[in-house]
Design a protein around this ligand. Sequence first.
Ligand code: SAM
Length: 285
Amino acid sequence: MTEAWPVPAGRLTLAEIREHPALGPLDRIPDRYRGPRQVTGDGWVNFAGRLERGEEIALVRSLTAVNSRVLDVGGGSGELARAVAEQIGQCTAVEPHRQLVESMHEDGSGSVSVFPGSAELLPFSSGSFDAVYCAWVLPYVSDIREATEEMIRVCDPDNPEAKIVLISGGSGNELLGLLNEICVPVAEEPYDHHGYLLLTAAQVLEEHGFSDFSLYRAESSIRFDEREPDERAATAAAVLTDFWYEQHPKAADIRAALEPALSRHFSCRPHAIGDQAAILVARPA
Ligand SMILES: C[S@@+](CC[C@H](N)C(=O)[O-])C[C@H]1O[C@@H](n2cnc3c(N)ncnc32)[C@H](O)[C@@H]1O
């Protein structure tokens, strides 16, 4: 179940971010990065098709409403970039996965400009944007510091509305709970701690003068509308395994371990699994 953590009022320092329960569990923060997860186009698209993230999208739109040159790093299938472009007329996205780049091109509205590339080496000159956001991408980058430094490089710090927005799982995120409690032991891999990702990025942001922090939360979830409980648990186990472990040698074992855990989950929250977000906003001080 979701742990409550307070919505912080006003601006925060790095020291306050470090102790904030949103980035927990604070007693499980690792001392180094576990390394990038793998994601496939199909795995992401099937998962994303069930996401309900109106609150998160509304927050990204309100944060970027005053900006004019906005970059979406790791745009996926373009849902957030389209929402931003709808509001301010355009948005630029960068995405390494060819299938996802093509799907954004096929959108046809022309308001999202998509470039192949990755967070660690952004294909733009310095100061090209006045806002950069990166949603649910830090677990996939090879180096958090490099990726954060690239976002800082392409963000113009002299723009009065300059900001970098990072979205990851918040403390109590139900999907991350399933991943860490059920899948990680079967896959024999290190704990996946999203608070650690945001903390590491916050440290790099502060070093480069983006030290005026705010932290928000949004209640996203993934929906399973299947009527029969058994079918729901089996479908959810397949969707989550494909998203997290499609090419993993133990994918079948992970899926088998997830199914009973999902049946237990759905017995108290019948049609949704929470994907609660912690959203870090950093502005130049
Ligand atoms: C969980 S999806 C999130 C997509 C999108 N940001 C959203 O919130 O809808 C993760 C995305 O990160 C992309 N990705 C993976 N490695 C990346 C990297 N090194 N740099 C930028 N994006 C990356 C994936 O291809 C995928 O589109």
